[in-house]
Ligand binder design. Structure first.
Ligand code: ADP
Length: 246
């Protein structure tokens, strides 16, 4: 089997997987057009947040709705860039990269799990899991073996050829976990991973995620206490800032 990149390739236990320093992210909302007398309103979603994530850590991002959790998560994943401050992902300052370079960095180093699974309905579980390896140019045999290995690890050995529509919500999220891990990324990002699942299914999915993401750092945003309970530590946000009051 072709050798897949190891998470330790570019980072060691002491090197952060991702680091945000004095991060500010502002969004400009509509209005403020050519004929408008007023400037477009600006929302500051994050106001000077710093966070360092190390390999092997499971870090929760908590806070009320609108506190900036998704914004921080997207920045740490390299999906977005800060208005000011820096995000260093796998040793690279993402602000200095083009969108294309960021996409390549994400493909290699980041696995993302969404609340609504985001699987491709027309593809089997195995093809969904193998998809990131297609983009990385791995051969068919390696892709199949790797996808089968991961589906077995998430307990879906018997569901390899099922399509997402033939799977339960919990099973779909397990496929999404397998897909997030398929490239052996150094960082796994999960945005409300249990938001669509009932309590006991959510608990099993979280245990599995923490269990199989071993060397990887996992950062998960949630307002679900059950999800936060599996984390080694929690970054609490309030109004775009780190809340140190708790
Ligand atoms: P959370 O994930 O904690 O609910 P978000 O990061 O989604 O918080 O949002 C933080 C703040 O930024 C909120 O006030 C939200 O309305 C605003 N915001 C988020 N995304 C956008 C956007 N694309 N355009 C304008 N405002 C946004």
């Amino acid at each position: 089997m072709e050798q897949l990149g190891q998470p330790t390739e570019t980072v060691t236990r002491d090197t952060p997987v991702v680091e945000g320093e004095s991060v500010i992210r502002e969004y400009t909302r509509g209005g403020g057009g050519f004929f408008s007398r007023t400037a477009a309103p600006t929302v500051r979603a994050l106001n000077g947040v710093s966070a360092t994530i190390h390999p092997g850590e499971v870090v929760g991002i908590a806070g009320p709705s609108g506190s900036g959790k998704s914004t921080l998560l997207h920045l740490l994943a390299g999906l977005d860039v800060p208005t000011s401050g820096t995000i260093t992902l796998a040793g690279q300052n993402i602000t200095s990269l083009s969108a294309r370079e960021r996409a390549a960095l994400r493909l290699e180093h980041v696995g993302i799990i969404f609340q609504r699974f985001h699987l491709l309905d027309a593809l089997s579980a195995r093809a969904n899991v193998a998809l990131p390896l297609v983009e990385l140019g791995y051969g068919k045999r390696t892709r199949r073996e790797r996808a089968a290995e991961l589906l077995t690890a998430v307990g879906l050995d018997e569901r390899q050829t099922h399509k997402p529509g033939q799977l339960s919500g919990g099973e779909q999220q397990r496929v999404a976990i397998a897909r997030a891990l398929t490239t052996n990324p150094s960082l796994v990002i999960a945005d409300e991973p249990t938001g669509e699942l009932d309590t006991s299914t959510g608990e099993r999915v979280l245990d599995l995620l923490v269990d199989i993401a071993d060397e990887q750092a996992v950062v998960l945003a949630s307002h679900d206490q059950q999800a936060l309970d599996v984390c080694d530590r929690i970054i609490r946000l309030r109004d775009g800032e780190i809340d140190r009051s708790q």
